[in-house]
Design a protein around this ligand. Structure first.
Ligand code: NI
Length: 143
């Protein structure tokens, strides 16, 4: 009976942080329209955020370790992705964001693809990206 209960799938989440600067500016809108859409986030010299990222894995715990996924492997996968963004100006220094507007919506999609590629198939379940204390974005299998 005990064994059967342990076979249930479990969600395991960890919270990470990174700091980046960016400027929201659409190349297909003129300067006035950009200012209307993005307001102060369109500031020519950019601005910064202390982002927080919640990463949730979902799996049956490994019967040998009792864990969904080892902590060090989890950290290794996520940190490899975040170190590309941390202390960078996204639009100027990260190739993907030279081509894509660095809104929270776009950043979380980028993070999903990059983190998923570094984890065993099907393990990544959900991301929540906090851009400010008031704004967050969700992406995952429940959405
Ligand atoms: Ni911003």
């Amino acid at each position: 009976m005990e064994g059967r209960r342990l076979m249930k799938k479990v969600s395991f989440s960890r919270v990470y942080s990174f700091s980046s600067s960016h400027r929201l500016h659409s190349p297909t809108l003129d300067d006035n329209a950009n200012l209307d859409v993005y307001d102060k986030c369109n500031n020519l010299n950019g601005h910064g955020h202390d982002y927080k990222l919640e990463v949730t894995l979902h799996a049956t715990p490994d019967p040998e370790t009792g864990m969904v996924y080892p902590l060090d492997a989890f950290d290794h996968a996520v940190n490899a992705v975040l170190q590309v963004l941390d202390y960078r100006h996204l639009d100027k220094e990260v190739p993907f964001f030279k081509e894509h507007i660095s809104t929270g919506e776009v950043i979380i999609g980028y993070l999903w693809n990059e983190i998923k590629d570094r984890l065993p198939g099907g393990l990544l379940h959900h991301l929540r990206l906090w851009e400010t204390n008031n704004n967050y974005f969700d992406l995952g299998k429940e959405n």
